[in-house]
Write a protein that binds this ligand. Sequence first.
Ligand code: C5P
Length: 231
Amino acid sequence: MKVIALIPAAGAGRRMASGCNKQYLLLAGRPILAHSVSLFENHPLIDWIFIISPREEIAFCRTEIVLKNRFAKVREIIPGGVERQDSVRNGLMGCGAAEDDLVLIHDGVRPLLPPHLIEPLLGRASEKGASVVGVPVKDTIKEVDANLRVTGTPDRDRYWQAQTPQVFRYGLIREAHDRAFREGFRGTDDASLVERMGMPVEMIRGSYRNIKITTPEDLTVARAFWEEDRG
Ligand code: C5P
């Protein structure tokens, strides 16, 4: 059984307003994406890595990320799609996994994942089929209607923020994505596609530091976390 990491990094980064794709912005002198890939390059349980990049950036990604950092586990850079779900599906179709392999999907813009979470995620997914990392919500959640009138306040104890990595048995996530594609369903993460098939997904408590860098404020926060941990 192989363990394959898919790193979607094909977003356009419009919210960052930097002119440069957010995954190439620097954190501690290194592109964010290089930090994210190195988490898996350095983890003994990961066999192969596939990066998913916009087609027109594949050559740049190969030179600036894979070759410069000598990432030996990166097998290929796969072209992404219009939305994240399309990019992940391209990755699933192009990674050459077998039915029982494990596929770990991790956003290229989450460079601060604590590496000790990788092993329990893989363990749980190999037992149960699917696992995700997340944290309990801290704020009170309000439900609102189209006019922004509050219509409810769900019990906060039952709500968690889902992050990545999300890990799946390949056969399961491939079927979930194929079904969603056929039925025109759009989810905001990969686990939701498995959930809608009625299959179980296990939550593992992660870290509030595992932020997704999508706006300039996120980069400021990421730099502060980096300094505090390693500076
Ligand atoms: O769009 P969002 O900020 O949720 O992106 C999460 C991750 O998905 C990022 O690493 C981004 O590069 C990736 N993505 C992708 N293909 C897209 C859109 C986003 O691989 N079309």
